[in-house]
Structure formats: C-alpha cells, structure tokens
Design a protein around this ligand. Structure first.
Ligand SMILES: *[C@@H]1O[C@H](CO)[C@@H](O)[C@H](O)[C@H]1NC(C)=O
Ligand SMILES: *[C@@H]1O[C@H](CO)[C@@H](O)[C@H](O)[C@H]1NC(C)=O
Ligand SMILES: *[C@@H]1O[C@H](CO)[C@@H](O)[C@H](O)[C@H]1NC(C)=O
Ligand SMILES: *[C@@H]1O[C@H](CO)[C@@H](O)[C@H](O)[C@H]1NC(C)=O
Ligand SMILES: *[C@@H]1O[C@H](CO)[C@@H](O)[C@H](O)[C@H]1NC(C)=O
Ligand SMILES: *[C@@H]1O[C@H](CO)[C@@H](O)[C@H](O)[C@H]1NC(C)=O
Length: 551
C-alpha cells in the first residue's frame, strides 16, 4: 500500500505545483465561458442534437463529458482556458417548476460536498480537468458561497407568521440549521450595503438563504472547503458569484485558501464601487466598462468619449487598473449583444473590444455562433443546436482576435505589462494603443466605410515612421508614412487591429505574414468631403482621426 500512497501523494503535489495559476499566469490567457448544461451533450447523444427550449428553464442535458468531447472547437478558436458552471449538488424543485425555473444553471447549491450528478460523475469531472490540462489549457470553476438555495412550500396566498415555515434544510451540507443563516429579510434597497450583504436574494418560491458569513465558524468552513475544491480537482482559477453580497474582509482569507486566481462578480455600473473589490479579490468582471461598450456600439449614435472616460475610471479606481479586470461582452446573466443590434459591423467592434485591452478576455459560449437571445433565460441557447460550425463569421473573427493577441504577446515582452491608452476619440471612433497593438474601433455600422488618418509615431516601438503594419481584421498591409501618419480605409464598419508586420505570423494572416503581403500599401491620405462626420485633434499633438461615411 505504501508505494501507491506515495505515488498518490507525489502526484497530488506535482499536480498542485504544475497547475496552481496566479493572476499573472491568467493574464496570458483568454477564456471561453462554458455553461455546462448548454454546451455539449454526452458523447453517446452528441449526434441527436436534442432540442433545448430556453424558455422552459429545464435541464437540456449538457455534461462534463460533453465539454471534453468538444474541446477542439474551443481550442481551435484560440482559447487556452475555459470557465465552467458551478459543480456542486443542486436544489431540486417540483415539476412543473416555479417561475424561477430549475437549477439547470448550477447556481442553486444545496450540498457543496457533493457533485451535481446532472453534469456527470466525479470521474467525468477529473477526466475533463486532465484533458484540459493535457492541452496546456486552464480550467476555472464557478463557485457560489453567499447562499444556499431553498424551496418554499408555503402557498403564495397563505399569510404565514413565520416566513421560514415552508423551508426545510434537511440534507443540506453544511449549513443545515436556521442559525447558519442571516435572519430572513429580502433585499429591497441596493443602496444599503448592509442589506446587500446580510439580506436574502432569490424569490418567495426559491429563497436564496443567506449564509451567515459574519460568523467565524461558517467562514472557516468556507475557507477549508474552497481549498479542498481547488486541490481535489486541480482547478486553476475561480469565478466567484455574488461577491458584493458578502462583506469585503471575508474575501482575502477565501482567496488565500483557494491559492489560485480569483475573478469576482460585482454586478454594478459604478467603477469606484466595483473597483474597490480589487483590493479583496484578484480581479473583477468589468461591468462598468461593459455598460459603456454596450452604449458605444449598440447603435451608430453611441458615445466614444463615454467609453474613453470609463477606461480612465478603470485606471483610477482598480488596484492594478485594467489588469484587475475580466473583459467581456456577453455572459449568462445579460442579454446577448445581437439582441440589441443585428449590425455586423457593430457586433465585430464590440467583440474586438474584449481582446484589445488590459482585461482578461472572456467570451461566452454562443457568441461565435451569433446567438441573439435576450434576457435570462433566453440568452442560454444550447450550443449543440449550431452543430459547432467553425466557418461562421464570428467564430473566425474571434479566432483572428485570439491569434492577434497571442502574436502581440509573443512579439513584445512588454505587451502584457503595457496599459492600454486612448490616443484619440471622435464621434464614431476610438483609437486604443497597447503596444505593439493599435486598435481603431468604430460605430459607423455595416453600411459605411471609414477612411481614417491618424498620427502614430508617438506610440513607440513598432510604430516609427515608415514602419509596416498589418490590420489583422482585413489582413491588409498599411505603411506608416515618413511623418509618422497612418491612413487606411476600413470596410463595412469593421474594426481595425494593427500589429507590426514583423510580429504577424501566418496563423494570424496567411497572406501578409512578415510584411510580404500586397495590401493597400501606404495609400493616399484620406480625402475629406462634406460627408465627414468626425474630426478630433488631441491637444498638443498632431494626432488626428477622421472617419468618413460613404453611403
Ligand atoms: C415563503 O412564501 C410565503 C408566501 O409567498 C412568503 O410569505 C414568505 O415570505 C416566503 N419565505 C421566504 C423566506 O421568502
Ligand atoms: C440597512 O439594512 C439593514 C439590514 O436590513 C438595516 O438593519 C438598517 O436599518 C438599514 N439601514 C438603513 C440606513 O436603512
Ligand atoms: C476533497 O477530497 C477529500 C478526500 O477525498 C474529501 O474528504 C473531501 O470531502 C473533498 N472535498 C470537496 C469539497 O470535494
Ligand atoms: C467615471 O467616474 C466618475 C466618478 O465616479 C463618474 O461620475 C462618471 O460617471 C464615470 N464615468 C463613466 C463613463 O463611467
Ligand atoms: C437580430 O436577429 C435575431 C435573429 O433573427 C433576432 O432574434 C433579434 O431580435 C435581432 N435583434 C435586433 C436588435 O433586431
Ligand atoms: C513567436 O515568435 C517567434 C519568433 O520571435 C516565432 O518563431 C514563433 O513562431 C512565434 N510564435 C507564435 C505562437 O506566434
């Protein structure tokens, strides 16, 4: 027995050393968010393409083995990390379900020491983790520690004296006594932080019983649990649900016990409020920035200066500026971007945003298929219904952006440590530098082409006068002129993402790699007409950015 015990211990140590990933390890990655129930059916049923009615809010049958079976689809898009739904055993509700639906999503914990058998067995989960690691990829697990989900059997028309009368904690593990929870009160005022932290989320039918994290015994239980979750399955990072619903000083001990990168959900539009949490967890989802991206790109009338202001706020209020964020356009809680606009030019710009900045880029499953579901639960379409097509425009767009980011990282050792900076905004465009990458995002829309002229000689390495650049979106070459100006035309409202041709490999743009392409060349300076709709000149420099619409 001894040798096998030793082997087990050695393996466990090796696994921990090999995989425990820090914030700086994660910074090199890009993440594909998998909603486990909706990504892939188990291999034996994969070809059935079973129906999945999002409105019914019932389990559709996705599993860990299904994810493992479709890692190629994720990796071929250029992702080197996945985020999976919470893994623990869930509250079961009677069918037909109440208005909140069922626990298909995984956010209704009941027993945090048991796995959710709807997603597979322990062996399936271990197999998934090792398959992910075998590809050199990371896996982030979603965790819920603010509450346990309960089912309230009291009829809506009854008027109980005790609001907990219809709730049973039988079988809960841990926290099976009323005293493990804060006294019941619904959250009615989000301006009252004590209420946000100590009152209950959920509905009357499915109250989310708020665990008493003011109590040190409870806190210790969670700390020891998270250490076990990470080491038992060798996860590389955590996505943490409902972070603002627990007092801030709960988090450093939790993060330390986890020993891996932590990315927290603080759902609020105020950068100062959200940014403060980066003093307690490694990073937070950039919800304030996301709101500004939505307004900037969901119509051709969005404000670029508001977006620029939000980038400034991120650098002001977050511990490490944008490095303390996860950048996203969609997730399982928000309406999908194509439910707001079907303009392909705008969609491509909004997706590009995720990849050109300082935050950890995160893409929600189905974006690559241009799914367009609106509010929850409609935004949780099954990916198998698209048959995992890799030739769709947004699949290719995302692949290009992933490859471009990798090339920038590979071509310049300072890419990851260089903060993004806004070099220019105009009515319909924003130019963002993160050397050696330069992105020009526009909201002119798919019906327009933009002629852009800007001075780039001040951007440093790779952008000297006469340097050769490639716009990786169109795969065309553009040359900076002798005075350091860059002029180009962007088609059909697409974004432009420039890299020095020296770092563009054949994977990014087969035709122009290494500056050997025959793109548009240095081109003539854009001609300006009365149809010009934007002109801005940065104070004290020659930077100018013009975008012209053409019908
Ligand atoms: C349980 O349901 C009853 C009836 O709707 C409601 O009065 C009570 O507040 C609910 N309990 C909780 C904890 O939400
Ligand atoms: C905030 O909420 C807590 C918990 O419900 C309550 O005790 C307190 O009175 C509230 N504070 C204010 C100013 O309303
Ligand atoms: C981790 O594994 C140990 C040993 O098998 C087990 O006792 C413990 O319950 C597990 N913890 C979790 C959170 O899965
Ligand atoms: C930036 O932060 C300031 C101060 O908190 C706030 O007033 C402003 O609305 C923020 N701007 C954006 C675009 O979020
Ligand atoms: C975009 O198209 C999809 C599918 O046709 C539709 O569901 C969605 O509502 C459309 N969005 C807008 C904003 O028109
Ligand atoms: C990274 O750059 C080196 C040359 O500096 C090149 O040989 C290699 O192919 C590049 N790798 C990727 C993934 O771009």
């Amino acid at each position: 027995m001894l040798p096998s015990l030793l082997t087990a211990v050695t393996l466990a140590l090796w696994a921990r050393q090999a995989y425990a990933a820090s914030a700086s390890d994660w910074q090199k990655r890009t993440v594909y968010q998998v909603m486990t129930d909706r990504f892939a059916l188990p291999p034996a049923q994969d070809s059935t393409g079973a129906a999945c009615d999002t409105g019914a809010q019932l389990p559709c049958g996705g599993t860990w083995a299904g994810i493992e079976n479709h890692l190629d689809y994720i990796q071929a898009m250029g992702f080197d990390a996945i985020w999976i739904s919470p893994i623990v055993a869930q509250l079961q509700v009677p069918l037909p379900p109440p208005a909140d639906g069922t626990a298909y999503h995984g956010y209704w914990p009941e027993n945090i020491y048991a796995l959710n058998d709807a997603f597979g067995t322990e062996a399936d989960l271990r197999s998934l983790v090792s398959a992910v690691h075998g590809r050199g990829m990371y896996i982030m697990v979603d965790v819920v520690v603010n509450h346990m989900a309960t089912y309230n059997t009291t009829a809506a028309n009854a008027a109980p004296t005790d609001p907990l009368a219809g709730i049973s904690l039988n079988g809960y593990n841990p926290f099976d006594e009323d005293s493990d929870y804060h006294p019941f009160c619904p959250i009615t005022n989000y301006g009252n932080q004590t209420m946000v932290e100590q009152c209950w989320l959920g509905s009357a039918a499915v109250p989310l019983a708020d665990v008493n994290t003011e109590d040190q015994t409870t806190v210790n239980t969670y700390y020891s649990w998270i250490g076990q979750v990470v080491s038992n399955y060798t996860f590389d990072g955590l996505r943490i649900d409902t972070v603002k619903h627990i007092r801030q000083d709960f988090w450093p001990g939790f993060v330390q016990a986890a020993g891996v990168f932590t990315l927290g959900e603080v759902l609020d539009s105020d950068a100062q409020y959200v940014g403060d949490y980066t003093n307690y967890v490694d990073a937070v989802f950039d919800y304030p920035g996301w709101g500004m991206v939505l307004q900037a790109f969901q119509t051709t009338g969005g404000s670029m200066s508001m977006l620029a202001q939000s980038i400034q706020n991120t650098s002001t209020y977050y511990k490490n500026g944008g490095f303390s964020t996860g950048s996203f356009l969609e997730n399982h809680d928000q309406p999908r971007f194509p439910s707001l606009t079907n303009d392909t030019g705008l969609i491509k710009n909004a997706i590009a945003w995720t990849f050109i900045g300082d935050g950890l880029p995160i893409v929600y499953e189905g974006q690559e298929q241009e799914y367009s579901g609106g509010n929850v639960p409609n935004n949780r379409e099954a990916v198998w219904l698209s048959a995992y097509q890799e030739n769709k425009p947004m699949y290719k767009h995302i692949t290009t952006l992933n490859n471009a980011r990798k090339a920038a990282m590979n071509g310049s050792s300072s890419f990851l440590s260089t903060h993004m900076s806004v070099i220019s905004t105009s009515t319909h465009s924003i130019a963002i530098a993160k050397a050696p990458m330069l992105a020009v995002l526009t909201n002119v829309g798919q019906g327009a082409q933009g002629q852009v002229s800007l001075s780039v000689s001040s951007l440093g390495s790779g952008y000297a006068a006469n340097s050769q650049l490639v716009d990786v979106i169109s795969c065309s070459s553009v040359k900076v002129d002798g005075s350091g100006n860059l002029a180009f035309t962007t088609q059909a409202g697409a974004p432009a993402v420039f890299l020095p041709s020296s770092v563009v490999n054949t994977k990014v743009c087969a035709s122009v790699a290494g500056g050997s392409g025959s793109g548009s060349g240095s081109g003539a300076q854009a001609a300006f007409s009365t149809r010009a709709f934007a002109l801005s000149a940065a104070v004290g420099s020659v930077i100018a950015l013009l975008v012209l619409a053409s019908a």
